[in-house]
Design a protein around this ligand. Sequence first.
Ligand code: HEM
Ligand code: HEM
Length: 236
Amino acid sequence: MTTSTIRTWDLPTRLFHWTLAGLFLGAFTLASVVDEHGPTFHVHMLLGLTLMAAIAFRLAWGLVGSRHARFSSFLYSPAELLRYLKEALARRDRPVAGHNPGSSWAIYAMLLLPVLLVTTGILSQPKNDLVGDIHGVLGKLMLAAVLAHLAGLAFHTWRHRENIAISMVTGERRGDPADAIGSSRPVAALVFLVLVGGWATMVVRSHDRVAKVVKLPGIGLSIPVAERPPEVGGHD
Ligand code: HEM
Ligand code: HEM
């Protein structure tokens, strides 16, 4: 067993992680506490639309990013997942350098579900109840994936006596020096910040509250951002 502390998660991956966590929790909380017919519901949609840029970056980073951020480094079959879970429960699993088979499946779910959430969120407007219901279910599935993720982290912390949570802040965790990444990739991190920050600014500034659309400049794409129309014949 090795005891070195090695650089594992590059900076773009860490920035993406906390952006995703913040935007998801923000959008989910707003959807749960704000009236969907009310005047602040559009904030829910603007947060979701902002997430699009972060996810797009992460999908590209999964192809060209540093070693442990690449999808090819954490692609595991269902059989490998099952074997890993069995070994972990029997306390026979060995620490894995990057994302382990258990965390990898939760991660793929937490990357795919936001894509489906944004798509169904857009398509549910102005009033498509079926797509709106699917959107709500996807939101709950994402929450379930996050809870599984957190349970996995808690299990890992106990099983390997390693404060794994802090690694998504510092980028460093225990491992074999041969598995370390060479650089935190600060330039790509800057690209991430400019891309997501620029996209967020564009989404917010091009939001037309009267026409109830986000009309993206240059692309000419209009995305409806309308609170649900009040129920016809409702009593509220
Ligand atoms: C809404 C909340 C959260 C979401 C959506 C989320 C999502 C993710 C995703 C997508 C990854 C993969 C990172 C990548 O390669 O791009 C990841 C990994 C990780 N996350 Fe989270 N996360 C959340 C909350 C947290 C919290 C609260 C912590 C710490 C307390 C945390 C710690 C970590 C760590 C340590 C990893 C690397 C784990 C490993 O693969 O072994 N996450 N998370
Ligand atoms: C992080 C991304 C998102 C998450 C986690 C999320 C989650 C949710 C949740 C949990 C609900 C409540 C459903 C219910 O109570 O039945 C909801 C409702 C809704 N969301 Fe999202 N959403 C996201 C992004 C979006 C986007 C990008 C849009 C549109 C541009 C959108 C539009 C809507 C609409 C119109 C509703 C009301 C639908 C209905 O009840 O029929 N959402 N969302």
